[in-house]
Ligand binder design. Structure first.
Ligand code: ADP
Length: 567
């Protein structure tokens, strides 16, 4: 800024000085010339008198100083010259000033030397006798005048330059200081010169606009962060080189990545072939989905390209945890296959026996046996279908009754009473121990659970064995069903709660088992917030324990769930 101002100042000042000097030189030149001409004219008039009266001798007697006097005859012959010998001089008739004087009484001309540094002014005056008196004098030319003022001119320019430097510095400081001292936070308070006001108001306006836009951007960013952080789905946004631009916590959690890698490339988040080829597909402009397994969970990855100006500029990837859906789907498929299989066997035998009876080829004494078999198979079907329906109801969360405080002791006693005939047939002793305790329960479901456990304890018991039900109140209310039966091999213990899982299929079917009893127990326990544990030793017996929350805790849990559900 300082240099610019200095340069401009100097240029203007030097130009002004030069222009003024040039003008002055021209004006002075004309002024001096005019003066010289007037002086020559006056001198010529005085000398004319001498020349007319005394001729060339009279002129020769005079001291002419710097003037050169020439007397020229009317035919141009030089009669007298104060600087040269008249006889040696050529005819002067063709001289401009002489011609003018002969024609008009006086004549003026100027002639320059070869270098233009010298100029001679000639003034000619016609005398009464027709001869011409000419006075000549050397005069300044423009250049000599210029040369004479050059010294002061250079001094003047130097002074002007120095003055310009000082002025430029002061001016630059004056302009720049308010700009340097600009307080962007308080533009209104900034003191400056008038020319600065439009800039300040524009700056203030722009600051307001930027602040507004920044605020809006921050708000949008915060909204985006809140939305994405609260999403259960994982979200990844990448650029056209698969560089990770944004992501949420769910994405890292689902992909089982503790932190984003330094290079931040999406391909580093999962190395499976399916994931990598899906990303490659998206970067080519395609879209698709794939399933990947991360940390024992099944994730569905859906990816779409982001287009801009007709080309792929990035991609958006959404990751969903579909473990439960996949497992449920798998279970449903297995369940459907199992149900079909379980239903098919009794239906096939019912249909076969019925067909034989319809044909009438059956000996009358066998009809009763066949009818009884058909009846048994139909009963089995009814039990099976009832179990399936109950399990489906539990599965779908449909309650088969209202919640109430149920006295466990009474219910267990009543169940054992119902099973007494079956136990008695095989000499199995049933006993109930412990104390009275109430649990918060859906009565039919709890009844079914206790019944199934006691029924199994009898079914899989040895003849003359023992079944003991023990109820223990406490922080958790325990209901234990202990038998002295065949036991369950360790390899099967974790699987007996699966639907249709039986340790010994044919034995279970023989004794009327559906393979759904323990499944119903497990789902019923989940409904009641109870834990189920199983201990078993082959040949010695099995212990199944249900641990229920106490009534108050169960009621509070229900309330929380209800309130959570309402929210
Ligand atoms: P089921 O209708 O076949 O009894 P469950 O679901 O009740 O079906 O039981 C699954 C399997 O677990 C049974 O087939 C049986 O092999 C085994 N099981 C269940 N309870 C006992 C028990 N108390 N003692 C030994 N084995 C048992």
């Amino acid at each position: 800024m300082y240099r610019k101002i200095f340069r401009a100042n100097c240029l203007v000042a030097v130009l002004a000085v030069l222009l003024c000097s040039a003008m002055m030189v021209v004006v002075l030149y004309h002024y001096f010339e005019q003066q010289t001409v007037e002086e020559l004219a006056d001198d010529a008039r005085i000398l004319a008198q001498t020349a007319e009266e005394k001729g060339a001798e009279g002129l020769a007697a005079l001291d002419m100083g710097s003037r050169r006097v020439t007397l020229i005859a009317p035919d141009g012959q030089v009669l007298y010259d104060s600087r040269a010998d008249a006889a040696d001089m050529e005819n002067h008739l063709d001289r401009d000033e002489v011609q003018e004087a002969l024609e008009g009484g006086w004549g003026l001309s100027k002639r320059y030397s070869a270098t233009l540094l010298e100029k001679t002014l000639y003034y000619a005056l016609r005398l009464d006798d027709g001869s011409v008196l000419r006075l000549a004098v050397s005069d300044f030319t423009v250049f000599t005048l210029l040369a004479s003022v050059l010294g002061p001119l250079v001094l003047c320019v130097a002074l002007v330059l120095a003055l310009s430097a000082v002025l430029a510095r002061r001016l630059a400081r004056g302009i720049v200081r308010p700009l340097n001292e600009l307080d962007l936070e308080h533009l209104a308070d900034t003191a400056g010169y008038d020319e600065l006001t439009p800039l300040l108001s524009r700056l203030a306006h722009q600051r307001e606009t930027i602040a507004e836009q920044l605020q809006r951007a921050k708000q949008q960013q915060e909204e985006f962060r809140l939305i994405t952080d609260n999403m259960r789905e994982g979200l990844l946004v990448m650029d056209e080189e698969a560089k990770l631009l944004t992501y949420n916590g769910a994405a890292l959690r689902l992909l089982d990545v503790p932190a984003v890698p330094a290079e931040g490339n999406v391909l580093q988040l999962n190395h499976t072939a399916d994931f990598c080829s899906l990303i490659g597909e998206v970067l080519k402009g395609g879209h698709g989905k794939c399933s990947i397994e991360c940390a024992g969970r099944i994730c569905q990855v859906m990816a779409n390209p982001v287009m801009g100006q007709g080309r792929v500029i990035g991609g958006v990837i959404v990751i969903l945890d579909v473990t439960e859906e996949t497992e449920r789907e798998q279970l449903r498929r297995e369940f459907t296959a199992n149900v079909s299989h379980e239903l098919k066997t009794p239906l096939t035998s019912i249909s076969g026996f019925a067909e034989l009876m319809r044909e009438g080829t059956l000996p009358p004494e066998d009809v009763a046996d066949f009818s009884s078999t058909i009846y048994d198979e139909a009963q089995r079907l009814i039990v099976l279908v009832n179990d399936i329906l109950r399990l489906s109801a539990l599965d779908e969360g449909r309650n088969s009754g209202d919640w109430e405080n149920v006295e466990l002791w009474d219910m267990a006693q009543e169940t054992l009473h119902r099973l007494e005939p079956a136990a008695a047939k095989r000499g199995i002793r049933l006993s109930l121990r412990g104390k009275h305790a109430a649990v918060r329960a859906v009565r039919p479901v709890l009844d079914e659970m206790i019944y199934n456990l006691c029924d199994n304890a009898i079914k899989y018991n040895k003849d003359n064995g023992k079944v003991t039900v023990t109820i223990t109140p406490g922080d958790k209310i325990r209901l234990e069903v202990r038998d002295t039966g065949i036991g369950i091999p360790p390899a099967h213990q974790s699987r007996v709660f699966e639907r249709f899982y039986r340790v010994d299929k044919s034995h279970s079917k023989e004794i009327g088992g559906t393979g759904l009893g323990l499944s119903i127990v497990k789902h019923g326990a989940q409904l009641h917030g109870a834990d189920v544990t199983l201990q078993s030793v082959v040949g010695r017996g099995t212990i199944v324990v249900l641990s229920f929350p106490c009534v108050e805790a169960a009621a509070a849990g229900k309330r929380d769930k209800a309130e959570g559900g309402r929210m």
